[in-house]
Design a protein around this ligand. Structure first.
Ligand code: HSC
Ligand code: NAD
Length: 699
């Protein structure tokens, strides 16, 4: 018997205990152990029934994701589950923690299911680009009906145990805290009532209604925007409704394999593991963060108010400092408005809202109110002078050990830190707008930042339910520095003949949440205009300048907030429509520059955009601004709308082939060898026949 699955017997009931920490994933040893355990149960005259429990904090959280893409090792999970179901003695699965994916499928192979309070169940395979491939798509519809099954399978959501009981996924929810005790009590009752075995495979499937399936297919295909797993899940469930059980299983396995072999699966699993690895930095091993309960926020504008609200929602005490009473009152009003919105959407109770805004928050003007805060986030205007003045004041009032953070987008944090007597406590915490919604937090480490301060940044991100990425100091850190370059590639394509609408469309079709021009309209065109003006004096004469963008700004068209930008937003619409006047401006600027426009197809647009992005990312990794390629991937996935199923730009580059990307860059360099300068790291990796992923495991 494998060590990962232990069997003991209590009162003629076998306890099959899966012990594969941390989440009892169904690795080969667990599958073998489960199979052997059922054999023992079936052949022992001393056993009348069995319960399957998970050791530690959870039942089984699914197949072992790290095995996907490697040669399969027997026994296959579907066979193990069929073996459990075939047992002649009642088998009870006891679900605590999270029973997910293959874990829930094991439970569906059992004859009865008991849930513990607080447990959640789900079939999240779709989020990894696959489908429940161990009978989930065949058994779940038989158990809960087509709509409930498709809802779970195509969304991957974690269903709270009370809802799972209502749906009929579990037979009962036990009050016991201990899974073994709950399972033994339930199994004893099954035996006392002589209820015997009960197999989902023997249940009739729900009737097949083609119209219902067509609706689901249309709905998930639209939402999936290029992802193949969701509609394939619908196909698998359709098989459950029309085929005998065994044939349905075979069809499920066939569909599973097509998804398993797809690059989308590779991209999504890379995203899954990278999201977990991103916070594991060798430099933070064994470093304790400083405790943070009270924070200060300086500036209550777009970012400051969002950061303050996010902190309040996550139980921190917040003191906000503004320039004068009016601005403080305005900031307090913004935060009340955000809180009211949350109450309206059912995210916050009125009572909780009143406590957060009334007791845990205050907006004032006197920096003395910050004397006992543990951490401050500065979010004032993007001006070195203003920020340095703020940090001088913070240095004077904050207690020793308080972390002093800036939310600057581009400025040199070393210069800001130099204004204080404690540069070791100064760090960048770069939030994204809207700060209470966007997941990404760049933790920007300056020259003298102490390791505990970096650890505190990561711990704060966890408190705020954000994904933190470590970045070094440079103009724009990881994300905005890349954005400047891939946006420039898009601008060059416009100068040469593409339209903003064609570029946006090509990139949305590629999978981006939005195209770069729609993004600019959302963020405000004035930001880029100010940056161009700031950089004009130091600009290299070889740099191509998107003068058309300045012309648009000169008209006062700053995007959505002014009703006009690259797109027109009529009557406050949030989705813009193409603007012929913008195209006219672009045409005029091309003529002024003597450019004869040429046609671009969508493929070339994507190749240029991605090559620019990947090349800059390679420079960022080479310079140590991002420690690993995965840090770049997570930045783009969680802050810049990069399609998750492509894994991030570095993973995408690996999948396309670095030699292909480099060859594109060299081709483009023939017309503009100033912009298209290949990154040294990219050249090195191509020369070695290696890839970005090879750098993800270096400590
Ligand atoms: C599946 O089940 C497919 C099936 O349909 C079977 C198909 C077979 C078909 C065969 C046909 C022939 N595997 O997240 P945390 C690691 S697909 C391996 O920080 P939490 C994780 O990397 C699976 N490792 O903890 C981390 O490692 P580290 C469906 C897994 O408490 C550590 O565990 N299931 C793993 O915040 C802790 O994880 C899912 O998608 C796995 N399945 O959250 C569930 N799961 O310490 C995925 C976790 O080295 N997991 N790890 O960094 C989760 O959603 C979360 O981990 C939990 C816990 C909610 C379980
Ligand atoms: P904003 O103009 O909306 O707000 C700035 C606020 O700071 C104003 O309310 C102003 O009254 C206040 N302020 C100015 N000087 C102050 C002082 N000395 N003391 C106290 N309050 C003062 O600006 P924003 O968009 O919130 O940007 C703030 C910072 O966040 C900037 O550094 C910006 O680069 C950065 N940032 C902005 C975004 C974004 O999308 N807007 C995203 C990430 C980071």
């Amino acid at each position: 018997m494998s060590d990962l699955v232990r069997v003991s017997v209590t009162d003629r009931i076998a306890v099959i205990r899966v012990a594969n920490p941390p989440v009892n994933a169904l690795s080969q040893g667990v599958r073998q152990g489960l199979s052997d355990a059922i054999e023992t149960v079936d052949t022992s005259a001393d056993i009348d029934a069995a319960i399957i429990v998970g050791d530690g904090r959870t039942f089984i959280a699914g197949a072992d994701i790290s095995e996907f893409g490697k040669p399969p090792q027997p026994p296959a999970l579907p066979d193990v589950i069929n073996r459990i179901e075939a047992s002649m003695k009642p088998i009870v699965a006891v679900l605590h923690g999270t029973a997910l994916g293959g874990g829930l499928e094991v439970a569906l192979g059992a004859h009865y299911r008991v849930g513990l309070k607080g447990a959640r169940v789900g079939l999240p395979e779709v989020t990894l680009g696959i489908l429940p491939g161990a009978g989930g798509t065949q058994r779940m519809p038989r158990l809960v009906g087509v709509d409930a099954a498709l809802d779970m399978i195509t969304s991957g959501r974690h269903v709270p145990i009370a809802e799972a009981e209502k749906l009929g996924i579990v037979d009962t929810v036990s009050d016991e805290a201990d899974p073994e005790a709950a399972g033994l009590a339930f199994a004893a009752k099954i035996l006392a009532d002589d209820r015997g075995v009960r197999r989902i495979r023997d249940m009739d499937p729900p009737a097949k209604d083609d119209a219902v399936l067509a609706d689901w297919r249309a709905k998930v295909t639209k939402a999936a925007r290029g992802q193949i797993a969701p509609p394939t899940c619908v196909d698998a469930v359709a098989a459950a409704l029309s085929l005998p059980f065994e044939d349905g299983l075979a069809e499920e396995r066939r569909l599973f394999k097509t998804l398993l072999d797809s690059p989308q699966r590779e991209g999504l699993i890379h995203a899954f593991f990278s999201e977990r690895k991103v916070a594991k930095l060798p430099e933070l091993k064994g470093v304790e963060p400083r405790p943070v309960a009270k924070i200060g926020v300086i500036g209550g504008g777009t970012m400051g108010a969002g950061i303050a609200f996010c902190a309040l929602l996550n139980e921190l005490d917040v003191t906000l400092i503004e320039r004068d009473q009016d601005a403080a009152a305005k900031a307090a009003g913004t935060i009340s408005g955000l809180a009211d919105g949350s109450v309206k959407r059912g995210k916050l109770t009125q009572e909780k809202r009143d406590a957060l805004v009334g007791k845990s928050f205050r907006a004032v003007t006197d920096y003395a109110a910050l004397s006992d805060v543990d951490l401050v986030v500065e979010a004032v205007f993007e001006s070195m002078e203003v920020k340095q003045d703020v940090f001088t004041k913070l240095d004077a009032v904050c207690k020793p050990g308080a972390v002093l953070a800036t939310n600057t987008s581009y400025l040199d944090i070393d210069e800001i830190a130099a204004m204080t007597s404690r540069p070791q406590d100064v760090i960048g915490l770069h939030f994204f707008s809207p700060a209470h919604i966007m997941k990404l937090l760049e933790v920007v480490v300056a020259d003298k930042t102490a390791p505990e301060v970096v650890a505190t940044g990561f711990a704060l991100a966890k408190t705020l339910k954000k994904i933190a990425v470590r970045a070094g100091v440079c103009d724009g850190f990881i994300g905005n520095r890349m954005l400047a370059v891939y946006r420039a590639a898009a601008d060059h394509m416009i100068l040469d003949g593409a339209s903003p609408y064609q570029i946006d469309k090509a990139l949305v079709n590629f999978g981006f949440a939005m195209g770069p021009f729609a993004v600019s309209d959302l963020a405000g065109l004035d930001i880029g205009w100010a940056t161009r003006k700031r950089r004009a004096a130091t600009r290299d004469p070889r740099e191509r300048v998107p003068t058309y963008a300045d012309r648009i700004c000169e008209n006062g068209w700053f995007g959505q907030k002014t009703g006009r930008g690259y797109y027109k937003y009529e009557d406050g619409a949030r989705k813009g429509t193409p603007d012929p006047e913008v195209e006219q401006i672009v045409a005029e600027e091309r003529a002024k520059l003597g450019i004869e426009p040429r046609a671009f197809d969508d493929e070339e647009i994507v190749r240029r955009y991605m090559a620019a992005m990947i090349n800059e990312a390679a420079k960022i990794v080479d310079e140590g601004i991002a420690k690993r390629p995965l840090d770049v991937d997570i930045t783009l996935l969680s802050g810049y709308g990069f399609p998750r199923w492509r894994g991030g730009p570095m993973k995408y580059a690996d999948m396309v082939g670095l030699d292909t990307v480099l060859s594109d860059i060299r081709t483009f360099a023939k017309e503009d060898d100033y912009f298209w300068r290949p990154a040294r790291l990219l050249e090195d990796l191509v020369a070695k026949g290696s890839n970005f992923d090879s750098l993800n495991n270096e400590d």
